[in-house]
Design a protein around this ligand. Structure first.
Ligand code: DHB
Ligand code: FE
Length: 280
């Protein structure tokens, strides 16, 4: 059977992708950030997951105001990097796992989570920057990736609790997939940041630290936090953090935190990263 072994949380700042693609990772501004991801890259290279379910948000590349799915699961064979305005990032095409993706779709929809099935989409920095941070610059991504796009761009996004419960449904789906696969789930976006308006540049280290603490130890409490607390405390784009609750919901109630990293500055965003392992 498929086994869901671990979850990873990470920010997705587009400037990180540009720093990698333009060979700037050793510049003084970026070096501490990339150094902070080194232990995670080592850990993943040892762990060798077969499939990663990558929870992220699209930033008006694959979707637009014409169509706004709350949860959209990529069931295709592959997903090309999106052109975000400066051409697509020079990263490998993302290979999916259609069989597991369709199984997840069937399982969660019959479990009463009505997601959108997507057979053709590009993937933007929300998905490719986490892959670059955690796998570096390989010629091919070392695992298959199932994209799960969540609307956190246009009000109303799903609640934290809906995301958390959806994560639990994804876990039931993975547990019931009849192939011997090592599966991980990434929750991406955040941490605190606001890109527009009078509060642009907002960072809240205390909020982010408490979020990481609760993600490990008390996710039920975190799942009850309303949208307004994310926006007030973590900024308008801090709402991206609800996606980390999908990742957490898919893990065991008790997890082992094996790595954490927090860094400011990276563009306008507080960068957070955590690795949580199921103990069984
Ligand atoms: C930045 C952060 C984001 O999450 C995003 O989608 C775009 C830009 C930033 O910090 O620059
Ligand atoms: Fe974003």
């Amino acid at each position: 059977m498929a086994r869901l072994v671990a979850g990873v949380g990470t920010s997705h700042v587009p400037a990180i992708g540009a720093a990698i693609d333009l060979g700037k990772t050793q510049e003084s501004y970026w070096q501490p950030l990339f150094k902070g991801y080194e232990p995670a890259r080592k850990w993943l290279a040892d762990q060798k997951p077969d499939v990663v379910i990558l929870v992220y948000n699209d930033h008006a590349c694959a979707f637009s105001l014409e169509m706004i799915p709350t949860f959209a699961l990529g069931c295709a064979d592959e997903f090309a990097p999106a052109d975000e305005g400066w051409g697509p990032r020079p990263v490998p095409v993302v290979k999916g796992h259609p069989e597991l993706a369709w199984h997840i779709a069937q399982s969660v929809i019959l479990d009463e989570f009505d997601l959108t099935i997507v057979n053709n989409m590009t993937v933007d920095h929300g998905l490719t920057v986490p892959l670059s941070l955690l796998f570096g610059q390989p010629r091919e991504w070392p695992c298959q990736v199932i994209p799960l796009a969540v609307n956190v761009v246009q009000y109303p996004p799903p609640t934290g609790n809906r995301c958390y419960q959806f994560g639990k449904a994804i876990r039931r789906a993975v547990d019931s997939f009849d192939q011997d696969l090592k599966v991980m789930i990434f929750g991406t976006g955040g941490m605190s940041h606001q890109l527009q308006g009078p509060r642009a540049g907002l960072i809240n280290r205390a909020f982010d630290t408490a979020f990481l603490d609760n993600l490990t130890a008390d996710p039920d409490k975190l799942a009850r936090m309303p949208h307004i607390d994310y926006v007030r405390e973590a900024g308008s784009e801090g709402i991206e953090l609800v996606m980390w609750l999908i990742m957490r919901g898919a893990l065991d109630a008790k997890v082992r935190e094996i790595y954490r990293f927090y860094h400011v500055p990276a563009s306008n965003t507080a960068v957070g990263h955590i690795i949580l392992e199921n103990q069984a």
